[in-house]
Design a protein around this ligand. Structure first.
Ligand code: GDP
Length: 217
């Protein structure tokens, strides 16, 4: 496979509040998903590394957003995994406020990849992420992970069902069966993410952020 910007992915910073976000970001793609969905494996596969992203199996780590540098001033953003059983309500509240505000307000965010186990997609918390993000009109990539666990016809069927359910609410939707084991969907995923980062509507930090007119330069 040709080199892509994610193969140079390196850890940049971790944040548990907006004050920790990179200030001169020129574009971000966020990875969201339930704990155990295969998010760390997918990031490592995309980066062609073995231990770049770590699985966070403990509720204490659910509050952090990790930024990985993917090209100059661009980031792949690993959002906290969700869906732990027995999470205290104050932790869940913090998580909800933090994630909803990042997904709804972060101007630099170009699109969201939502990772779901292909055998158990669209859980209530996955739907919550979509409820927060889809109204922005920005693109969504649904990565149906661990696709190696199903036969080819089951995979296609699962993707078709998920697409049919979400498409009416999404203006820009891509659904990809993905496997960190077989590497199914890898090149397609990278192409989608690179397309988002290459799209032109980056915020400008040299001008006032008040312009209503499109940036033409
Ligand atoms: P995270 O909690 O979302 O970061 O999930 P991990 O990447 O740690 O994966 C959770 C579990 O699923 C681990 O046991 C992985 O080995 C397994 N896993 C992840 N991706 C795949 C995949 O593509 N295929 C299979 N068969 N197992 C996977």
């Amino acid at each position: 496979m040709a080199l892509n910007r994610f193969q140079g992915l390196s850890f940049f910073t971790t944040a548990n509040g907006a004050q920790g976000f990179p200030i001169h970001s020129q574009g971000e793609v966020a990875f969201a998903g339930r704990s155990n969905a295969g998010k760390s494996s997918a990031i490592n596969t995309i980066a062609n590394r073995t231990r770049l992203a770590f699985t966070s199996k403990t509720p204490g780590r659910t509050q952090h957003i990790n930024f990985f540098t993917a090209g100059k001033d661009q980031y792949l953003v690993d959002l906290p995994g969700y869906g732990f059983a027995g999470v205290p309500i104050h932790v869940r509240r913090h998580w909800e406020n933090f994630l909803s505000s990042y997904l709804q307000n972060r101007e630099e965010l170009k699109g969201m990849a939502l990772l779901m186990d292909i055998r158990h997609p669209l859980t209530p918390l996955d739907q919550l992420m979509l409820d927060w993000f889809l109204p922005s009109g920005r693109p969504v990539l649904l990565m149906l992970t661990k696709s190696d666990k199903l036969s080819r016809s089951q995979r296609l069927n699962a993707a078709r069902k998920v697409r049919a359910e979400i498409a009416p609410r999404a203006s820009d939707l891509t659904v990809i069966p993905f496997s960190s084991v077989s590497r199914e969907g890898l090149e397609e995923t990278i192409a989608v993410l690179e397309g988002w980062l290459d799209s032109a509507d980056v915020p400008s930090y040299t001008d006032e952020k008040t312009q209503e007119t499109p940036l033409n330069e």
